[in-house]
Design a binder for this molecule. Sequence first.
Ligand code: OAD
Length: 229
Amino acid sequence: MGNRLVILTGAGISAESGLRTFRGNDGMWEHENIEDVCTPRALRRDPKRVMDFYNFLRKGLPSHQPNAAHIALAELEDRLGDDFLLITQNVDDLHERAGSKRVLHMHGDLMKLRCTHNENHVFLFDKEETLDTKCPFCGAGTRPDIVFFEEIPLYMDQIQEALRECDDFVYIGTSSVVYPAAGFKNFAKQFGAKVTCLNLEIPAHDRDTDVFIQGKATEIVPKWCKEFK
Ligand code: OAD
């Protein structure tokens, strides 16, 4: 059985919770060099630098709260049950704290670490990761459970199947420049889904998207969720 509605969220949905988006004015990647903190090479060259970057983000997360858009999506999931799937590019936990359960963190999860010897050893972690942090399953070293650039996102088989089978694909608060997520709309459309975009800015040319709704996530997402049948 497929998910009737598949949602993809990006950093824009958490912007009004006070979390920085990645691109554009004052975005994360204006302050940090991707090559220093978000590539496999960076992890090999200077793992402490990489860990400290994600330690800083992890530490700050509890002071940010889910907003009306996260909450509206959790309520929509309550209504639709297994007909609903949420894919997020975000590594924050605001969807979960809003009550979402069917969530796939395709770019990883800030509140988890991963073993460096066995990628299936993933565990919750809310402290500061150091070079001495050990995997609780096998005692090997750890790394942030973050999908770096040049790495393959998580859950791709499950995501592909959901995109093939859904009736509606909706993307919210993402600039749609990072692949493979940026290609989901095209893929879902080819398999017959209606494609809707909810975002602060509307891209000039986009032949895959059927409906654009422009505005702040906290205003447009609750309204759209309420009206979704
Ligand atoms: P971006 O920062 O690229 O894009 C954020 C989008 O949200 C932009 O299109 C903004 O116009 C929009 N936006 C900003 N504020 C908004 C608001 N209040 N309401 C609605 N929309 C708003 O973030 P992503 O597309 O999520 O990957 O970036 C994708 C990936 O690139 C991230 O997952 C991350 C990054 O590098 C990794 O770290 C691997």
